[in-house]
Design a protein around this ligand. Structure first.
Ligand code: GDP
Ligand code: GDP
Length: 437
């Protein structure tokens, strides 16, 4: 099993992150007292990969008073074993000398590092998180351990890093697509799940997962395995949770954070309402790709009007999901189901897609020519070039003088035209702005 260690100076939120990743229900398997005082070690599942997770909170107090002493203590305890380090900074206090010293030391250590900018709740938080870029440890991942924001991305990044390890035997081809079926109560999630399980070959039955009290089931379509994560339907089936009332939206949200693709089940008889929009927006915010299953199509009388109503809601209330794939289905009798998983595969491919720098900048030049960035506080913003540092979800980095001051509507303009140009409906797009001199 590979080991992931959480490092950082005191109070940045290491324990909070540890607890979120480990899950409430996980027993502490090794709580060694002594030199490593408060060190906690648990077995957890991150991004679908079983790992040993080490929290180093408390190490600092046990170590000698000097900065160097602290780092040595941390290094001895955790780095020795780590296959991956999660280095945490607090983006509300900003970078400190201790953070920088830690970062320098980590850059020299021969261990891959993910940089977590914690306490990044809210728009300002994410803005501050980007400051950590200067530590030279790659793109900061904004998270909020308190609110649970950004953990979907974190799971993905950890998985990507651990899978790069040569000793891992997991073939890329056999890596399951993680799918969640979400929606409000009575939309037809359980029915859809049962239909999917009936039609596709089930590989493993409902089983308690390692993270939290999640349950997952694995099926296979013609492309490969699909892991259905933690959906309310699964919970019902496995009778894990007694209190069915509480499961609805809460469980959907948990499932969504673990998934790569989300099927949002909408009851076509009721249409898309506020609760559905909330889930869709959350999927977008968490960077999940999304497909709508427009269910109970068999019972709809005026199909044209029903479809038009949905399109209107999508246009006016969910612009960020423009062009999202809508598959009318009848979960109960199986109609339309054969188009659902191909749609999931398609949006998953788009979500994974990388655009080359050349192609990206040809688009970027056209966009800049079409609309100049406006003056902000009397100053000109000069955008230079764009790169795509990562996919899953597609992320564009834009560099330029005062780029970080780019107003919201110009950002939207870039993101929307990118989605259109590269044909990525239903795929969330991230935009990172990097000021340069
Ligand atoms: P550690 O010393 O690095 O393990 O930090 P802790 O996990 O004990 O957290 C230190 C303090 O930061 C606590 O008061 C937490 O409640 C708070 N904290 C942790 N994560 C967040 C977060 O995402 N947002 C905010 N606002 N506070 C947080
Ligand atoms: P969940 O709460 O989202 O898991 O919803 P269920 O799967 O339990 O379904 C809620 C209700 O909708 C049940 O009475 C189902 O029989 C009904 N239902 C589900 N799918 C369909 C469908 O395709 N057509 C019709 N007419 N009813 C459906």
């Amino acid at each position: 099993m590979q080991t992931v260690a959480i490092l950082g100076r005191p109070n940045v939120g290491k324990s909070s992150i540890f607890n979120r990743l480990a899950g409430r229900k996980i027993a502490i398997v090794d709580d060694t007292p002594g030199v490593t005082r408060d060190r906690k070690e648990v077995e957890a599942e991150i991004g679908g990969i079983p790992v040993t997770l080490i929290d180093t909170a408390g190490l600092e107090e046990a170590a000698p008073e000097t900065l160097a002493g602290r780092m040595t203590a941390s290094s001895d305890a955790a780095l020795r074993q780590a296959d991956l380090v999660l280095f945490v900074i607090d983006c509300r206090t900003g970078l400190t000398a201790a953070d920088r010293a830690f970062a320098n030391w980590l850059r020299r250590a021969d261990v891959p590092v993910l940089l977590l900018a914690n306490k990044a709740e809210g728009r300002l938080g994410i803005q501050n998180a980007m400051e950590a870029y200067e530590l030279g440890l790659g793109d900061p991942i904004p998270v909020s351990a308190e609110h649970g924001d950004g953990f979907g991305t974190l799971h993905d990044e950890v998985r990507d890093h651990l899978q790069k390890e040569p000793r891992g035997q997991r073939g890329e081809r056999e890596r399951p697509l993680r799918l969640a079926i979400v929606g409000r109560p009575n939309a037809g999630k359980s029915t859809l799940l049962n239909t999917l399980l009936g039609e596709e070959r089930m590989i493993t039955g409902p089983e308690p997962g390692l993270t939290r009290d999640a349950i997952a089931v694995q099926i296979r379509d013609e492309v490969g395995p699909i892991r259905l994560v933690d959906t309310a339907g699964l919970r019902k089936q496995a009778r894990i949770e007694k209190d069915l009332e509480k499961m609805s939206t809460g469980a959907s949200i948990a499932a969504l954070k673990e998934a790569e693709v989300v099927i949002l089940v909408i009851d076509a008889l009721l249409g898309m309402e506020e609760q559905d929009l909330r889930i869709a927006r959350l999927a977008e915010r968490e960077g999940r790709a999304c497909v709508i299953a427009f269910n109970k199509w068999d019972a709809v009388e005026d199909r044209a009007a029903t479809r038009k109503k949905l399109d209107d809601v999508l246009t006016f209330s969910l612009a960020q999901m423009k062009g999202i794939m809508v598959v009318p289905i009848s979960a109960a009798n199986g109609r339309g189901i054969d188009r659902l998983l191909p749609a999931v595969r398609e949006v998953h491919d788009l979500w994974n897609r990388r655009i080359g720098t050349g192609e990206l900048n040809r688009w970027f030049e056209v966009m800049k020519d079409r609309h100049q960035p406006p003056l902000v506080e009397g100053k000109r913003i000069k955008l230079r070039y764009a790169t795509m540092p990562k996919a899953r979800p597609p992320t564009i980095a834009v560099f330029g003088t005062r780029a970080e001051m780019l107003p919201e509507d110009y950002r939207r303009y870039l993101v929307n035209s990118f989605r259109e140009k590269f044909d990525m409906p239903g795929v969330p797009i991230r935009l990172n702005l990097r000021g340069t001199d």
